[in-house]
Design a protein around this ligand. Structure first.
Ligand SMILES: Cc1cc2nc3c(=O)[nH]c(=O)nc-3n(C[C@H](O)[C@H](O)[C@H](O)COP(=O)(O)OP(=O)(O)OC[C@H]3O[C@@H](n4cnc5c(N)ncnc54)[C@H](O)[C@@H]3O)c2cc1C
Length: 405
């Protein structure tokens, strides 16, 4: 690691990465009075598909409440499509299950939001504060990781020091690498193909997820009766789907998804993302904390990656604010450990369920089809189990602050 003299502008928190999770942390700290600098390498780039961002996120109900508390929701609520029901079934028609928001007495299980809309809303909320500085495009050229401060030199030569550096810089985190934190990794050998599509019939706010042996296909409701697909497929199949002419792709999509929404009549530009599961071996080091995909990446089959990241941001923000209130140094390992201990159960349980789902639906062991069908029927018929599952997956029952106090 390069040496860097400890001088320059003293700030309270440096966040590397201005994606949804880094911005969520900045928003969570915007009323704290702390001086925050967010360093983002790239200007926003959006890939459109039928006029919509091809990258979308299903934000679960509990996280929508968090975004409301952060002052972000008001900027995106008109464009967030409610998901009122989720229907899950598998390739073998061995059983199916429906989750309806009425079962947990909410208006929606979650909301579908275009990533660029979310980022813009977070920017708007962040700019309400004059203690947050957003440096973009910028990156760190030099980092000195000392015992009582972290010092960085930005690409424009500016020097900053802070008691805490937060890595919110995604799955290939530069921060994580610089401080020598390794990862456990699982390459699913799959790609997630995303696109906006137009169904013939109204979707009524229903989301659909079909599990195939090659990976799940999700059809998620957007406004104006459009849908966003996330079609996870093994690498060779994904390459074949990506290489298809539009009409052939549309035909393959209709065959695979089935007639639930009538015909899918139009599919916009496609994009594909390699899928992997990944967990950092440590979420924290002295003076460094990892949040979001820098800390953990999960399979998008349940659409929970950014939801986990936003929850990381909330818990870390609360620990920072509490530490300051009690005159503690928020970059010290004992403070950061509190963040890690609170987050690990949520992160590990979601990662384990994603792994379990993936195995359950892709493995072809004898008897597994029947077991899957039985499992779905049991969950579907047991009101209590289903409600518990729904409350957990919508983030309603988790001990995560809905706003920073
Ligand atoms: C196909 C697909 C579908 C998904 N669907 C959902 C869903 O429905 N719901 C859900 O919750 N999650 C979903 N996810 C997961 C979700 O997209 C990620 O969890 C989320 O984007 C992670 O956000 P992040 O801010 O941690 O990281 P990123 O989005 O990767 O942002 C990191 C930021 O850091 C910047 N950066 C990187 N390196 C540096 C550096 N050295 N210096 C400065 N800046 C840097 C990058 O430019 C970027 O802006 C999906 C993922 C995929 C692949």
């Amino acid at each position: 690691m390069n040496r860097l003299d400890q001088q320059g502008d003293a700030v309270d928190v440096i966040i590397v990465g201005g994606g949804m999770v880094g911005l969520a942390l900045a928003c969570a700290l915007r009323h704290s009075g702390l001086q925050i600098v967010v360093i983002e390498r790239n200007e926003p780039q959006v890939r459109y598909s039928l006029g919509r961002d091809c990258r979308v996120s299903a934000i679960v109900h509990g996280n929508a409440q968090i975004l409301e508390g952060l002052g972000v929701w008001k900027y995106l609520q008109d464009e967030a499509g409610p998901i009122r029901q989720m229907r899950v079934w598998d390739n073998q028609e061995a059983g199916g299950i429906r989750f309806d928001c009425g079962e947990i007495e909410t208006d929606a299980l979650g909301y579908l939001v275009e990533n660029s809309v979310m980022q813009q809303a977070m920017h708007n909320a962040m700019l309400e504060s004059d203690t947050i500085e957003f440096c973009c495009p910028a990156e760190i050229d030099e980092l000195h990781w000392g015992s009582d401060r972290v010092s960085v030199r930005l690409s424009d030569g500016r020097l900053l020091t802070s008691p805490l550096l937060v890595g919110a810089d995604g799955g290939r985190s530069w921060v994580r690498e610089q401080v020598g934190i390794g990862v456990w990794q699982r390459d699913y050998q799959q790609q997630g193909i995303v696109a906006t599509v137009r169904p013939q019939q109204p979707h009524h706010g229903y989301a659909f997820q079909r599990f195939l042996p090659t990976g799940p296909l999700a059809m998620l409701p957007m406004s104006d009766n459009l849908c966003s697909i996330v079609w996870s497929a093994e690498n060779s199949e994904a390459e074949r789907l990506m290489a298809m002419q539009d009409n052939d792709f549309l035909q393959a999509l209709n065959l695979t998804f089935g007639p639930m929404l009538g015909r899918i009549t139009e599919a916009g530009e496609r994009a594909a993302f390699p899928l992997r599961g990944q967990l950092a071996r440590h979420l924290v080091r002295e003076r460094v904390a990892l949040i979001g995909d820098a800390a953990h990446c999960i399979h998008p089959l349940a659409g929970l990656g950014v939801n986990l990241g936003i929850r990381d941001a909330m818990v870390l923000a609360q620990e920072i604010v509490d530490a300051r209130r009690f005159d503690e140094d928020w970059g010290e390992l004992r403070v950061l450990d509190r963040y890690m201990k609170q987050r690990l159960p949520d992160v590990l349980s979601i990662m384990a369920s994603m792994e379990g789902f993936h195995q359950l639906f892709t493995a072809t062991l004898p008897g597994l089809k029947e077991l899957r069908g039985l499992g779905m029927r049991l969950v579907g018929n047991s009101g209590a189990v289903k409600q518990l599952l729904m409350r957990n997956s919508t983030g309603l029952s988790l001990p995560v602050p809905k706003q920073i106090s």
